[in-house]
Design a protein around this ligand. Structure first.
Ligand SMILES: N[C@@H](CCC(=O)N[C@@H](CS)C(=O)NCC(=O)O)C(=O)O
Length: 324
């Protein structure tokens, strides 16, 4: 994938993603504005104004489509899924293009929105990206912040929903997020994208140690932060749901399948079976995105057949008390 440098699309690797040991890392996002319901806000909470760009294969983008569903924001925040093309310019809308909300401009690539927003920007062009049709700017392209925006900004505008970042649990949620980010969300990419054996070995060790710890935790309580479902659960879920179909084979995360973890796999199914969630979990689409020729690990474009997973199999998580 290329990137934008001073507003121009460049295909050579300038804003690199590997450290000096060959370990893959995620760069900091550039657009970090917030939507707010407060009077006079720069980006006020309004239905029909904001548009979310995602890709089915991307676990970071998945966080935001999950939260959009959980917070009943589908009628308020519209969504477009992009995809990759061989030798393309990053995330694509396809040959037919896409009319940029708030303009009459038809574009082919997501990076064209970034330069409408900021003609001289230097950045990687990532999903998720949250666009404001009114100001024609990118509000935010950091998934952890977009899910917080979705959690709070539209309260009073959207239908009532639970708070996934409740005040009393914040220290626990923050600590859990940090653990899961390093030991699972980033560690799977460390396994799949690192370019040295040493970096892969370190990532795979960290990943399975972290999964072992989470398995223990989930043997004692229903959710990661006790008996209340929080954003911490929904930040782990995109990595779990991709684990056996994508990461086990494609990213060499193959010490164990997720299905071999009793509590983690039951927990994953319980989350999957939440109303509306299966509709935003396109497993075949995730596999296509990861293993296609333009995907991150799909050099020959062949999509593995298995494994066959029944995400609707009963789960045993009701044995724990629940707060919501
Ligand atoms: N900071 C971003 C990272 C998202 C991210 O890395 N997305 C990947 C797809 S899974 C991407 O768009 N990569 C394109 C690139 O780095 O050029 C977030 O968490 O929102």
């Amino acid at each position: 994938m290329g990137q934008l440098v001073d507003g121009k699309w460049r295909t050579e690797n300038i804003l690199f993603n590997h450290d000096d040991k060959g370990l893959y890392f995620k760069r900091d996002s550039v657009f970090r504005n917030h939507i707010s319901s407060e009077a006079g806000a720069e980006f006020p909470a309004e239905g029909g104004r904001y548009h979310l760009y995602c890709a089915v294969a991307c676990p970071w983008a998945h966080r935001t489509t999950l939260m959009r569903t959980l917070k009943k924001l589908e009628p308020l925040v519209t969504l477009t899924n992009t995809f990759q093309e061989v030798d393309g310019h990053g995330w694509s809308f396809g040959e037919q293009g896409h009319i940029v909300p708030g303009t009459d401009q038809r574009v082919r690539w997501l990076h064209e929105l970034y330069t409408i927003a900021d003609p001289a920007c230097t950045t990687r062009v990532t999903v998720p990206t949250l666009w404001d049709a009114r100001t024609r700017r990118v509000v935010n392209n950091e998934s952890s912040e977009i899910i917080r925006i979705f959690n709070t900004a539209f309260v009073g505008v959207a239908e009532p929903t639970p708070d996934y970042y409740p005040e009393p649990l914040r220290p626990d949620i923050d600590a859990t997020n940090a653990l899961v980010l390093k030991g699972v969300n980033n560690a799977v990419n460390g396994c799949g994208y690192s370019i040295s054996q040493e970096a892969y070995d370190g990532s795979v060790k960290l990943l399975f140690e972290t999964l072992d710890g989470l398995e223990q935790r989930l043997s004692r309580q229903r959710y990661l932060c006790g008996d209340t479902e929080t954003e911490a659960d929904w930040r782990l879920f995109p990595s779990l749901v991709r684990f056996d179909p994508c990461y086990y084979v494609g990213y060499k995360c193959n010490l164990r399948r997720l299905d071999e973890y009793h509590n983690l796999s039951n927990y994953q199914r319980a989350l999957y079976q939440t109303p509306g969630i299966a509709d935003v979990c396109d497993i075949a689409g995730m596999k296509r995105g990861v293993f296609s020729k333009a995907g991150p690990v799909g050099a020959n474009g062949i999509i593995p057949a298995g494994p066959s997973i029944d995400y609707w199999r009963p789960h045993d998580r009701d044995r724990f008390a629940t707060g919501i």
